[in-house]
Design a protein around this ligand. Structure first.
Ligand code: TXE
Length: 479
């Protein structure tokens, strides 16, 4: 089937009639075409957004809220259809798409539909000067949202919901690797009564369609999630044009395990934080550091559990690990396993491609645990973004803190300990935007979400996102 752009509330073919193949990762077959939209399509999307802006920016927040909540309800009503589409497009287990991806996409709309009714600006009475200052929080205008392939609808809606709630109009682009659920979303937005032109979705390659969005002179803000190299490129193009920028980039997150933790809970969660979504989550804890006294036991128990994970077809409800997102990505991850071997990493389990019966051309890989002795080796420093983790022991808090911080990334970290003082010390010293203690990926959508160092700039989530998608204006009245 051919996916189309969603512009001004209608589905449109790309003007240049250029199409890209859409692959099903589970069997390696092409199952559809995606527009490779050009500058002209982006211009049409921009014009639709620009025309919708005067009216949408003046729509009451109650009305915006009602529409966003309606979109959320319609997504929930279509859960099965969207989950199947996501799983087929991305390779992720259907069980994950049904319990995480699509419910979270619905939550994003509901959350920002509610949040906008509570969003307030400040006022400052300048006592002694007979003046009153207040702050307007005005929508920016037309904004660009660009999202990646790992959590397709989840991350796409995490951007577009607050942007719409705040009164902006959008040109949005999902990843060309996983366009399907964003394509289906257009129908739902129409059904929910979102005025035409508020949300425009253009499909295509990053280097053509994405590039046209980031260099558009009148798209005033870019919210991007994706690879660090792409993020740096976007900053280079957009910063001299004075666009507002939010960049959520890669991670190489430490999972630090102390001997005093609740062991069983830690073990269960560590399997999840290592391999959920085939390890293709920027928050996965891909560097596991374990206190020496429990290292041997952990190594044995962890490897035993990982070996039990079932690699299989994503539509099989019993599958734990589905297919990687693309052939290129599978090759990248396999190459990292080779790099690790050459660096004297010891493969404790996994490391090989898996041939799933009847789906021999799918992109399957065993969950892989690599023991390393030097935290500075490449496999421990670079983002692999697949079902691959490293483990190594540590002796004390200072040593592990140093290793945790000795990477260019700083997105999240997980800490397993029951020592409160240590928790407080380490949480304040680990260089990351998010620290989970005795849990992983427990999300409260009101919290600030984002990273430091090469993991990006800016924060999403809660009022942070609404602040990003609005321009603050100070009004000072002397009386
Ligand atoms: O991402 P890209 P890729 C990491 C992960 C992965 C690597 C590369 O390590 O292996 O990044 O993945 C659009 N102008 N993450 O190449 O290219 C692109 O079309 C404007 C981590 O797939 O960054 C897509 O919509 N847009 C990450 C989006 O950017 C451009 C999740 C992301 O694609 C563009 C995904 C351009 N010039 C990968 N070039 C995370 N942090 O969660 C590309 N795009």
């Amino acid at each position: 089937m051919n996916i189309k752009n969603y512009i001004n509330g209608q589905y449109e073919n790309p003007i240049n009639k250029e199409w890209i193949d859409n692959y099903c990762p589970a069997n390696g077959e092409v199952y559809g075409k995606i527009p490779n939209s050009s500058k002209a399509d982006v211009e049409n999307a921009y014009n639709a957004a620009q025309s919708a802006f005067p009216s949408w920016s003046q729509t009451t927040f109650e009305a915006r809220s009602r529409i966003l909540i309606k979109i959320s309800e319609l997504l929930e009503a279509n859960l099965q259809r969207f989950a199947e589409a996501e799983s087929k497009d991305n390779g992720k287990p259907i069980s994950l798409a049904k319990t995480v991806d699509i419910p979270r996409a619905a939550s994003n709309f509901r959350f920002f539909g509610n949040a906008i009714t509570q969003f307030a600006s400040e006022s400052h009475e300048s006592v002694g000067h007979n003046a009153m200052n207040y702050t307007l929080r005005q929508p920016i205008g037309v904004v660009g949202c660009i999202s990646p392939w790992n959590l397709p609808l989840y991350l796409f809606t995490w951007k577009i919901a607050p942007a719409i709630a705040a009164g902006n109009c959008l040109v949005a682009k999902p990843s060309e690797v996983t366009p399907m659920t964003a394509y289906l979303l257009g129908e739902i937005c129409n059904e929910a009564g979102l005025p035409k032109g508020v949300l425009n979705i253009v499909h295509g390659l990053g280097t053509t369609t994405g590039q046209a969005i980031i260099e558009h002179p009148d798209i005033k803000a870019i919210s991007f999630t994706g690879g660090t190299i792409t993020g740096a490129h976007i900053a280079k193009v957009a910063a001299p044009m004075f666009k507002k920028l939010s960049l959520e980039l890669g991670g190489k997150n430490p999972n630090i395990i102390f001997a005093d933790c609740d062991y069983n809970d830690m073990l269960e969660t560590t399997v999840r934080s290592s391999f959920s979504n085939q390890g293709q989550i920027c928050l996965c804890g891909s560097r596991i550091f374990v206190e020496t006294s429990i290292y041997k036991k952990f190594k044995k128990d962890f490897v035993e559990k990982v070996k039990k994970l079932k690699v299989g077809h994503p539509s099989d409800e019993s599958t734990n690990i589905g297919a990687l997102v693309s052939k290129t990505h599978l090759e990248k991850v396999l190459n990292y396993i080779e790099i690790a071997k050459n660096e004297n990493g010891i493969i404790l389990c996994g490391g090989e491609q898996v041939i799933v019966k009847d789906f021999e051309n799918g992109y399957y890989l065993e969950p892989t645990v690599i023991e390393v002795s030097n935290d500075e080796c490449r496999i421990n420093q670079e983002e692999v973004f697949g079902p691959v983790v490293t483990i190594m022991p540590f002796n004390n808090e200072d040593e592990v803190l140093q290793m945790a911080n000795k990477v260019k990334y700083g997105l999240s970290a997980t800490l397993w300990t029951n020592d409160l003082k240590r928790t407080m010390r380490m949480s304040s010293q680990i260089q990351a935007g998010i620290i989970w203690v005795n849990t992983w990926m427990m999300r409260d959508l009101r919290t600030p979400f984002g990273g430091v160092k090469a993991s990006g700039i800016g924060r999403e989530g809660g009022f942070e996102a609404l602040r990003f998608f609005t321009e603050a204006k100070n009004v000072c009245i002397k009386f």
